[in-house]
Design a protein around this ligand. Structure first.
Ligand SMILES: [Zn+2]
Length: 272
């Protein structure tokens, strides 16, 4: 019961796609690449997911209810991590702190010449209206300048508001969805936050991409798979900080909202 999307078919070739669909190369049972729980290609609708690095590609499988068949571009480093995860090698959870330089702007690619602030990313869950939402909190390590400028100001929030993020005055209300953005969760780990491409019809581009995929808690992953929605909060450098516990994260968000320095948007999981 495999689905092979046109994108995946174009990458792996007609012959391989037909072999998969005929069940010759299908694995039978697998660990869903999105929610990490077992699946079975002979018993339930299954999506083929092709992870494509610069040099290699890896075919993986996911419940069709979790993510549709798709091609997921990854850095070679991420792909090697994906291979390790798929082949079942035990991985230590990594702290949700490392991040890479990012261009929080309408530009299509990270700009290495930008000031060297990096985006710190923390995952947690936020309780709103009797629902536990998976949340990502993004906070740069320093001021973010508008691309093309090197002024002393911090344009992090204005740049995000231009992209459709909305200021948060009440954490008790879930933020609205921002069109075209999504959260890429693969192999049960957080890989990237994707933004719309500069030109219509192109692939989404990574606004933030993990150096190494970030481990998330089972609760976070379950909530994301169930609601297909992640709340992404962003605040300027120094306004949230690393919080060791989720209740403290909530407090820090409320403090940032009260101070008028919190923006947010809801995003679907990538491809959904
Ligand atoms: Zn699944």
């Amino acid at each position: 019961m495999l689905d092979v999307s046109d994108d995946v078919r174009a990458e792996i070739g007609e012959a391989e796609a037909e072999r998969l669909l005929a069940g010759e190369n299908a694995p039978g049972s697998y660990d869903c690449t999105s929610c990490r729980t077992p699946g079975d290609t002979t018993a339930e609708p299954t999506s083929t997911v092709l992870f494509v690095g610069e040099e290699t590609a890896v075919l993986a499988f996911a419940h069709a209810r979790c993510i549709p068949s798709q091609v997921v571009p990854l850095s070679e480093e991420q792909l090697q991590g994906a291979v390790r995860a798929i082949s079942g090698e035990a991985r230590q959870p990594e702290p949700a702190a490392p991040a890479v330089p990012a261009a929080p702007s309408g530009s299509a690619a990270p700009r290495p010449e930008q000031r060297q602030a990096v985006l710190g990313v923390t995952c947690g869950q936020v309780f709103i209206d009797d629902t536990l939402y998976p949340a990502i909190v993004v906070e740069p390590t320093g001021p973010i300048a508008r691309p093309g400028t090197d002024g002393p100001g911090d344009d992090f929030l204005p740049l995000l508001i231009e992209q459709g993020f909305l200021p948060v005055t009440e954490v008790a209300q879930p933020p609205a969805q921002v069109p075209g953005w999504s959260v890429l969760l693969a192999m049960g780990q957080l890989h990237a936050i994707l933004m719309p491409p500069a030109s219509p019809g192109a692939q989404p581009v990574a606004w933030w991409q993990a150096h190494q995929a970030l481990a998330v808690t089972d609760g976070w992953r379950t909530a994301a798979a169930k609601g297909h929605k992640v709340l992404v909060y962003a605040a300027p450098a120094g306004s949230i900080g690393q919080q060791p516990r989720e209740d403290l994260l909530r407090e820090a968000l409320e403090k940032a909202a009260a101070g008028g320095v919190l923006v947010a948007a809801a995003m679907p999981l990538a491809g959904t």
